[in-house]
Design a protein. Structure first.
Length: 232
């Protein structure tokens, strides 16, 4: 009997509340605007990461903040973790964005990581907070990556089966943007126009094919084109 009387009463679990953080976020989101697109890509403009971060300063006005950090994945790759918090101590569940670092020619591994981080941090922030940092460049159509040679009669023995190009696992819109950024970075605008390659209108297969070329291969094509244009 005494044991029953001396038992400590159970304490009900505290219910987790998000009332304050949700209320503050609704007010902050009402004031969020799309950043100005001042960076020039190939055929489109976009807002860089600093412009996106500046726009998000409005969160602090409503006692909100966010943390974005790198975390390792089980498969050895990396991912970005992002979560929103309130001064009351409330925070929303984390949002995770796995990514793979692509080694770029002429860059050290550290520089390649920095380049990828800048790109994917911008995409995670704009997606999470519902703002747009670039123009909508969705397009359709198909163009040839190389100029079409004049058709020549071929014998049966000369017919060669085209090698299929493996798909790159990216959304169509991101694939086009990567093409545009690569053209801009390599200053390949004139060459692309010459061969009729416009990522905004090209098929995704053509864009994927272009992305498979290394920077050095593209530079060689540009150099050959310039020689022809100069009549050398």
């Amino acid at each position: 009997m005494n044991d029953e009387k001396n038992k400590t009463p159970s304490v009900p679990a505290t219910e987790i509340s998000f009332a304050e953080i949700y209320s503050a976020f609704v007010k902050a989101q009402a004031e969020l605007i799309n950043p100005k697109k001042t960076e020039q890509g190939y055929g489109y403009k976009f807002a860089g990461l600093p412009a996106v971060i500046t726009i998000l300063k409005v969160l602090n006005k409503h006692d909100l903040g966010y943390i974005q950090m790198i975390q390792p994945c089980d498969d050895g790759k990396l991912m970005l973790e992002l979560y929103l918090f309130h001064k009351s101590g409330q925070r929303l569940p984390s949002s995770f964005f796995p990514f793979e670092v692509t080694q770029k020619k002429g860059m050290s591994p550290e520089q390649s990581l920095g380049s990828c981080l800048t790109y994917f941090r911008r995409y995670q922030l704009t997606t999470y907070f519902g703002i747009a940092s670039e123009e909508d460049i969705d397009g359709a159509g198909e163009v040839q990556l190389e100029p079409k040679p004049k058709p020549k009669p071929k014998s049966q023995a000369q017919v060669v089966k085209k090698e299929s190009v493996p798909d790159i696992q990216l959304e169509d819109k991101e694939t086009r943007k990567l093409c545009l950024e690569k053209l801009s970075e390599l200053k390949a605008g004139d060459y692309a126009q010459h061969i009729g390659f416009d990522p905004e209108k090209a098929s995704i297969k053509a864009c994927n094919t272009f992305l498979k070329f290394t920077d050095e291969e593209v530079r060689k094509k540009i150099a050959n084109y310039n020689k022809i244009k100069e009549g050398k």
